[in-house]
Design a protein around this ligand. Structure first.
Ligand SMILES: Cc1cc2nc3c(=O)[nH]c(=O)nc-3n(C[C@H](O)[C@H](O)[C@H](O)COP(=O)(O)OP(=O)(O)OC[C@H]3O[C@@H](n4cnc5c(N)ncnc54)[C@H](O)[C@@H]3O)c2cc1C
Length: 406
């Protein structure tokens, strides 16, 4: 078989690439190894619940992704800005410093002693208002070193930055690149954390409306790419293509540099009792297991069609067993009350390769590139977010469109 362009992977980057090629009437075929489109963004609809495959949120400031979506149909439901942080003894409300500075300092500590942190966060917000990783010429450092270099006190880092950003980075040492920190901080200062009312799967489902169904092959894995641009599939079929868009970790296919990931176990429980302040994301910097908890149907009622509340619990681990589930049930009763028996375990997702590790060296060598008809793209070529994946896919399509016109 011959195709002008083969897109390997039907995650958000592959889908974004396809939407642009579709507009140009450029022939393409997406090859996706699983049974659905969306890759790391997806949901399972079961027993009246919506289970997102790994807890994640959509930031309303994702301008490029917004442009591919019918936002009316996406019907975003917002979490309350800020979060509830358990400090080991009790929950503390941390209001969103980007919206409500006065409340943040009232809620955390005496405002007088940390007046300098207050000024520094205002300066940071101002400096990063139009931040773009591509236009940042600074030498990258870890998020922790960056915050220290901006003069934030240890107390403020421990009470605000560490819990808040470990919930996003899925690592608590703040070793993640300061450039990714700046990107996330800038987005949160412009937008809110949200869920599509019908689950995260709605994002790829809406993007795929812009592409032709016959240009997608599901349940087919690309096994290798031959030097003459032959794509070899797991059933032995071969496709010869002018362009091959590689949205996946290409090291598995052609032996290039490998991408590192952080793992997460995502457990779902139902609960009879409504956890107080359930419209916020809860963070647990002092807990040895739990990273974050969200009450999904407090934000979008469609996540549970029963009278029970649906709790998503994220744990930074590779594995899940009966003992873990038992411990989490005990912890839920401790944190939210109601007794162990009021929490029913529903489902688990073990995601060994969840978010990509973006340390201080990550952005020095990660651009979307095209060479001899091979286009290397995907989240790891821009940044590890929904918006990063979509931008990477559009950049790949731009290369193809440009080269086909030249
Ligand atoms: C637990 C978790 C939490 C996250 N939280 C957030 C968040 O809150 N906000 C945010 O913006 N982002 C978040 N992200 C990141 C975001 O989901 C990703 O950046 C984005 O979905 C990546 O899209 P992609 O297309 O680059 O890659 P992927 O989604 O990985 O897509 C690659 C696709 O290729 C397919 N594939 C792989 N190998 C082959 C092969 N050989 N042949 C054919 N097909 C193949 C895969 O099945 C997959 O569908 C989170 C991710 C995870 C996992």
């Amino acid at each position: 078989m011959k195709k002008r362009t083969v897109i390997i992977g039907g995650g958000l980057s592959g889908l974004a690439c396809a939407t642009r090629l579709e507009k140009e009437n450029h022939e393409y075929l997406i090859i996706e190894k699983s049974s659905r489109l969306g890759g790391r963004v997806g949901s399972v609809y079961e027993d009246g619940y919506i289970f997102d495959v790994g807890f994640q949120v959509y930031n309303t400031a994702y301008a490029t992704t917004n442009s591919l979506l019918d936002l009316g149909e996406l019907d975003l439901k917002m979490f309350k800005p800020g979060s509830f942080i358990h400090d080991g003894k009790k929950f503390q409300m941390i209001s969103d410093p980007l919206r409500d500075l006065s409340q943040l300092f009232v809620s955390l500590f005496s405002s007088v002693s940390l007046i300098s942190d207050k000024i520094r966060i205002m300066l940071l917000k101002n400096d990063l208002s139009n931040y773009s990783i591509d236009n940042d010429p600074t030498v990258d450092v870890s998020t922790f070193d960056y915050l220290r270099s901006r003069g934030f006190s240890d107390k403020f880092i421990e009470l605000f930055f560490r819990p808040f950003f470990s919930g996003i980075f899925l690592e608590s040492k703040l070793e993640t690149s300061s450039k990714f920190f700046k990107y996330v901080f800038s987005n949160f200062s412009k937008g809110l954390a949200a869920l599509p009312s019908n689950g995260m799967q709605k994002i790829p489902d809406l993007i795929k409306k812009n592409i032709n169904k016959t240009s997608v092959t599901l349940n087919r894995c690309v096994e290798s790419i031959k030097p003459d641009r032959r794509v070899v599939l797991d059933n032995g079929d071969e496709i010869i293509a002018e362009n091959i868009v590689i949205t996946v970790n290409s090291h598995e296919l052609i032996g290039s540099k490998s991408v590192q990931y952080s793992p997460v176990v995502n457990l779902y429980f139902s609960s009879k009792t409504f956890p107080k302040n359930g419209k916020y994301i809860y963070l647990f910097p002092k807990d040895d297991l739990i990273n974050n908890i969200a009450v999904l149907n407090a934000v979008s009622p469609r996540y549970s069609s029963s009278s029970r509340y649906l709790l998503s619990i994220s744990i930074l681990r590779f594995n899940c067993d009966e003992l873990l589930i038992k411990k989490i049930r005990e912890k839920l009763a401790y944190y939210f009350g109601g007794g162990k028996s009021s929490y029913n375990f529903l489902k688990s997702f073990i995601i060994k390769k969840a978010t990509i590790k973006q340390d201080k060296n990550f952005f020095s060598n990660n651009s979307v590139t095209m060479q001899d008809g091979l286009i290397f793209t995907g989240q790891h070529k821009v940044n590890g977010s929904i918006e990063g994946a979509v931008i990477s896919g559009l950049k790949a399509a731009n290369y193809i469109v440009k080269s086909s016109k030249s």
